[in-house]
Design a protein around this ligand. Sequence first.
Ligand code: DGL
Length: 356
Amino acid sequence: MIHFLSRSFLFSAIVLLLSTTFLAAQTQKPTVYILATGGTIAGTGSSSTAAQYKPGDIGVELLLAAVPELSEIAEVKGEQVVNISSQDMTTQIWLSLAHRINEILLQEHVAGVVITHGTDTQEETAYFLNLTVKSHKPVVLTGSMRPSTALSADGPRNLYNAVACVVAPESKGQGVMLLMDDRILSADDVSKTHTLNVSTFQSPNYGPIGYMYDGKPIFIRSSHKRHSLHSEFDVSTLNDLPRVEIIMGYAGANDLFIRAAVQAGVKGIVYAGVGNGNAPAAALEALAAAAQQGIAVVRSSRLPSGPSTQGNEVDDNRLGFAASWMLNPQKARVLLMLALTKTTDYQEIQRMFWEY
Ligand code: DGL
C-alpha cells in the first residue's frame, strides 16, 4: 500500500514539476540586449520645439524608461557602449560592438540585440555587423531623427519596434537590419537619404525587406546577399582594420587627393566616381599608379542607386581595379576593409563585391 502511495506521490510531483516548468517557459519573456551608442535618439534639446539639440546626451537606462511597453514583450538588458554623435563612429567601436554582440548571442536565452545609434553613419555600422556577426539571431539597429525631448519624438516608437522585431521568430536569418519609421531595411542596401525626415532611411536598389505593423514584422522579401553565418569574414582576433579612404569624383577633379592618400599609406581607395564610377583622366591615371603600387582600388559611384559595373568605360582588368556593383561608396569601404584582411588580389576582391 505504502509502495503504491509513494509511487503515485512521485508521479504527481513529476507532473506538477513539468507543468510549472512548461508554464514558466510560456510566461518567460525573451531576453533582448540593447547596446546604446548615442546619437539623436539619446539627444536633448532646450525645449520640445527647439531645432538645436545635443546628440548622445542621455544614457541607455533613460532610453528604456521612456518605453515602459518594452517590459510587455521582452526582458531587456541595457549596456552603454559609447555615447557619441555617430559622425564620430570608429572602426575600433565597430570591432568592440562585433566582439560584444557575438559574445551576447552565444547565450541560449538571448533572442537578439538592438543597437541604438546615430543616423549619420548607422548604415555603415549595420553593414559592418552584417558581415561580422556570427549568428542567425536578429540584430536590429535603430535611432531617431528627433531628439528624446522633441514634440513627437520618433525614438521611443523606433526602439519599441526594434525590440518587437528582434523577438519575432521570423526575424531569424534575415541578417542585420535597420528599422526606423516602421520600415525594416536590410543592412546591405539601406542608406540615409534625407537630412531631416523621419523616413530618411530607404533601400534605393531593392526596397524594404519588411514593415512593422501592430507590433510585428511583416517580411516581404529577404536579402539575397551573403551575411552573418554565411560571411567569410572573422574579426574575433582583430583590433584594427586596414585603412581605406573614399575619394569623390566631380567635374574638374584631379589626382590631388589620390596622391595624398597614397602618401598617407592607405591600403585601399574607394573612388566615388561620377556616373557609372567614372573618373577624370588625371584621377584615373593616379588610381592606376596606386593599383600598380599594390593599393586596392574599387570604383563606386556618387549616384544614389544603380550598379557600378566592371569594364564599362574603364578597363578594370587592365588597370587591376574592382567595381563595387550594388554597394555605395560608404558600404564599399566597409567591405574593402574586411576584404583586405584576407586578400589584396583584385579579382578575389571583385568576387567579394558580387557576393556581399
Ligand atoms: N550627429 C548625428 C548622429 O549622431 C545626429 C543625427 C541622428 O542621430 O539622427 O548620427
